[in-house]
Design a binder for this molecule. Sequence first.
Ligand SMILES: [Zn+2]
Length: 222
Amino acid sequence: MADVENVYIEAEFAKDWEAAKAIHGDKTCKADLARTDAQRRADAQAQIYADAAANPNASVSFNFVHHIVCSLDVHLEMARRYQGAAPRPFNLDTFRCETIDGKQLDPTETFMDSLTSPFRRVIMDAKGVVIDVSERRFFTGIARTALQISHDECEWPGCHVPSSRCHGDHTLSKQNGGPTTQVNGSILCQRHNRHKERGYTVWRDPVTGDLHIKTPLGTQIC
Ligand SMILES: [Zn+2]
């Protein structure tokens, strides 16, 4: 294990050395390096873990679900900042950005993670009692953006609600085994999204990519 760690530390050292050499040339000495020994060791350990998680032949599956708790205020503020708005202070009364065990997390990293991961809405009352948990995992972030790029308005025939005001959603619900993939995604306005709960059947042809809709009475409308 020490050997593996040393190889990684040497690699971090080589990176610093190359960067310093580009500035100081042959006069480069250890004092010119950007990181201390301790910093390089910490970065080397982080790299070992990152490489282990990225290894498809690892002895354990890294497709684990990690739970992150983030208050709505924090998420909305990070979304504002992500779009280039000037930072506003967080509301410390409602601020939550942590693991499920209460370990504090960086809001930027948490927000970036939410762009590529599904999330669940949890509503708590003033006493912190959970009063509602959404069953559905929403399409969000990059997946949602990708759906919006491919459709500039609601996919329901004749509906022109712009894509930015639509929901990315599962065509075949998660409950019924529908995967969170582009093929199983549809972009529908709020009104038409609710039609799916009112007996309309919505599915996408995996070959043509066309969306098909059947009314509760069985008439196919597209
Ligand atoms: Zn619509």
